[in-house]
Structures are given as structure tokens and as C-alpha cells.
Design a binder for this molecule. Sequence first.
Ligand code: HEM
Length: 494
Amino acid sequence: MVPNLNNIQGDIWPRLAKKYETFLFFEILDMARFKKELGSFSKYITTAKAACETRGRLYSRKENGENNIVETISTNISLSAAGLARLGKTDLGDFIFKGGMYADMVTVGLDRDEEWHGEFKGSRGQIDGVFILAGSSEDTVNNWIIDVIKPKFADPTINGEPAASKFLFTQSGAVLNEYDVEHFGWKDGASQPLLKGLDDETTNTKGPGLIKPGYIILGEEGDTEPSPDWAKDGSFMVFRRLRQLVPEFTQWVVKQIGDQAKDGDKMKLGVISTLSSRLVGRWPDGAPLDLMPGPPEGQEDTYKGLPEDAPGQGEEHMALTNSNDFDFRDTQWQDRCPFASHIRKVRPRADRTNMDGTFDDTHAMIRRGISFGPLTTNQEKSVGVTTHDRGLLFVSYQANLHNGFRQVQNEWANKISFPPGKARHYDNKQPGLDPIIGQWAKDDDHSNYITMPRYDNPKKVEQWKLERSVIAEGGEYFFSPSISGIREICGVCA
Ligand code: HEM
């Protein structure tokens, strides 16, 4: 059965069209009115079908050279376990979801309480849910909130009915530039899992092959956990505010690489960009290290691998910038891409296969984050200290929190021995933590390193002590119900 595009929320698949996005967190005040408003509001929720149509329109305009901005606005909604309980739904079995992110990631996890923002700890009220408002500009999103969302959900009615909910706080982000880079400067979104029955593998290069849709969407092929009927076609959503310390990260990278890149008084740019790209597993323009392990011949002293320079490298290189045609098949060696690079840690491909040799994709997640805060200023770059608040509003969807986000963050990124069985050719040195998102317990100096192959001889490795340049500042686990699920929650007849 193909998933029903009229029933799935569009941020899950295919994704909402956006230049600007606001996450509007709310607390339910009046259960009856909230149900009434949400029940009648479901027609405004952007479904997968509507999101496909909008994206199709935008693509064909682009192809026709029509570059003026078209106003678009999309709305999705997700509910926390507390919010669902207020609305009478307590039968969604996932115990991690029920406990909430603070209990999972701070109480038993490695996030630090003092670094979490108060609003995620309930200082403004209980987070029952979040509206996801994605649009073509900040004004479009703000006007939509003022004109449509607030009157329905946060204002009392003229005949005296109490407000359905209280808006607690917002988190907003924007696409940083035309290359869609994240703050460290890498093109974001090069790889997403492709869903069987929804994505067309032949025309889409954005994933290493089709996965069962039930790894992302409840009740679809591949979802093995029992769940109530109303939850079918929904997905668990992770929201995390991740602060990025960009100038500090750059300084740390240069400090580690310095002696390898030095050529007399000069620094070899190609060496710096190769070694820093190994931390991610892709060049900043998106080309995978597994396919392009070093700078093009003759450009060792100059190559930066930046998105803006990619067209100048020719068509073949442009195809590489979105490529997922690689698999880390060289599983015992890391000459091309280090075991601990971010993308190898979080999507290990051939490092983690089933008995028949296919990739074990049960831990796949779909990412829908957006950057917040301004680009790094020259002043910050010159002193090497962050003075502006910036980072990633990380969002992922998966059918099972335990298999998806949690497995990837806690068991892979945070474990020095993942991917397993790699140390034997390298003096028993383990891969180390994920250099972008790996977390270590306070005062634990044993685990905060990454093992990196040397530029001049990748069979030899060095261990680099990590510094914390991505700080988790709060978040919550949510469930994004289907349209029929929302109607059922609200007691509206289909
Ligand atoms: C500030 C934090 C983060 C930064 C800067 C970052 C950056 C990146 C970049 C540059 C890529 C490669 C381009 C792409 O495919 O999109 C990537 C891929 C990816 N990231 Fe992150 N990321 C961050 C947080 C996370 C977190 C918290 C997770 C999950 C726990 C995660 C999971 C993934 C996955 C699954 C991929 C795709 C891997 C693949 O299929 O090749 N990332 N990230």
C-alpha cells in the first residue's frame, strides 16, 4: 500500500517549502475549545499532497527562469505526550516519548541542565504542542500567525469562550543563503532517506536507496511496533535547539591541522579543506569524501571545496555535490572517509549491513531542521569568539524514537567504538566521537577525541582532543499525527 498523501503532514514528507520558519510552542488551556478549533483547522494543515504541489510549482517557476519570490505559507502541528494526554490520548506506547526530552537527554543523557533554556524546562508553561509555520519570508509567517493562528488558538471568542491555548515562546530560523549551508559552512540536506512508494529513486539522488516508509511513518510497511489506529500515518518528531560556536570550531580545526598544512610560512589550503571536510565526510559543497578523498590534481595549494566555487569545477563535479552514490564499502580502512566523520557515524551504510549485505536502514531518520541566527561576522572570525546567538533548530522524523534519533545520537555519535571493529589496523585506536554532535560526560577526558588519518599517510592516525562546539540548549519530543488522526483526537467525524 502506498502511503496516503492526503493524510500525512507535509513536513514529514516531502518537506515544507521554506525560506523562513517559526516553531510556535503552546500550552492547551481549554481542552474543549482546543479540540473544536483544531478539528475545524485541519483543512489548513499542509498535507504531503499540498506540499508536493507547492514544491512542484516552485520548481517549474525556477526552471522557467521566473525568479521573483512567490508568497507561500505552510502549517503543520505536532503534540507532546503531555499535550496528547490533555486531549485524552495516552495510548501511544513509546516510553521515551512519554517521559519527554528533558528526562531522556538531561536526567539520564549527556545534555547539561545549566545549558538548557528555561522555556524548554517549563519556565513559561507546559509545552503541549508546536505549530510549524514555514513560509517564503518572515513577514509572511508573522502575518499568518497574527491573522489566522492567534485568533483561533490564543484569543478568547467574542461571545466569551476562553482562549484555547496560550502561546509560550517561539524559535525561528531562516535559510542562510542560496546554497542552503548550515553555520559551519557545509551545504545541508545533501542526503535524506528515500521512501519506498513515495520517492522516485530514478530521478532523485538524495539518498542511498529506498527504505521502507514504515521506518519513518507509523503503520506503513516496515513499522513493526504496535500502535493505536489513530496514530497511523503519523511520525515522532524530535526538536532540538543546537547552538553552534563557529569561530571557536574553526580555530580548533586550524589548531589540529596546523602542522600538517604548513608549508614554510604558508598554509596549504587544500590540506586544510581536506582535513576539515573529513570531520563531516563531505566537502562544504556537498561532494562526499568517499568519492573525492582529496583536492583535484594541481589544486592542492588552493582548493577550498566551497559551494560557490563548485560550478567552476565542471559538470561532473556538480553531480558529485548531491551524490549519494557511495557506501563506505572499504569498511576496514579510512583512507577516503574517516570512520568518525559525522555522516559515517550517523548513516554508516556498508559499515552496518544485514545478513544479505543490504544496509541496515532501520535507524534512518528524515531531517527537517533550519539554521537560526546571523552568519558569522568578520569581527567574530578575527577574534575567534562567538558573540551572536546562532545554530541549528534540529528536527527529525522517525516512526520510533528509540530506533531513530536516540540510537543515532546516543549509541553511534556518542560511542567512541562506533562503527565497531575498526581499531585493528590502527594500533587499537577506536574511531572516537562524532566531531560535530558527539557528547561526553562532564570531566570525562577519556572519550572526547576523534581519530583522524594523516594527510600525508592515511594509514597513520592522530587523535585530536575535541572541544564542544555544538551545545544542546533544549528541545522536546513530539508526535505529528495524520489528518485523520487529528480529526479522531478532536472528535470530528471524517
Ligand atoms: C549543529 C548540529 C549539526 C550540524 C552542523 C550537522 C551537519 C550536517 C551536515 C553538513 C551533513 C551533510 C549534508 C547532508 O546530508 O545534509 C549532515 C548529515 C546528516 N546529519 Fe547532521 N548535523 C548536525 C546535527 C545532527 C544531529 C543532532 C543528527 C542526529 C542525531 C544528525 C544526523 C545527520 C544525518 C542522519 C545526516 C545524513 C547522513 C547521510 O545520509 O549521509 N545531524 N549533518
